[in-house]
Design a protein. Structure first.
Length: 97
């Protein structure tokens, strides 16, 4: 038996958990979310032609409503400005822009 345990669910990238926490915090602060809001951050891989290799998806769930935004960058590359821009674009779509 091997001496080191390998977690099959591990993302394999150092700092992913701390980056996800930072993205959640930025989202809460910039959207002025109440404490009961749920913020979820995930990194997804895409294998379709023309699709970026990785994207970061942020979900905000509050009062029975869910808002999802996609940022076409790996989670480690996402900045606070990316969060602001993604939610501004989503807000524009909701208002028919």
């Amino acid at each position: 038996m091997s001496g080191a345990f390998v977690n099959p669910l591990s993302r394999g990238t150092p700092g992913v958990v701390s980056k996800a926490r930072a993205i959640k915090q930025w989202t809460r602060e910039r959207l002025a979310l109440p404490g009961e809001a749920v913020v979820s951050v995930n990194e997804l891989a895409c294998y379709l032609p023309g699709c970026p290799p990785k994207e970061t998806v942020v979900l905000v769930m509050l009062d029975g409503r869910t808002v999802q935004v996609s940022i076409h960058k790996a989670m480690q590359q996402v900045t606070e400005d990316d969060i602001v821009d993604a939610f501004a674009r989503e807000h524009g779509r909701e208002n028919g822009s």
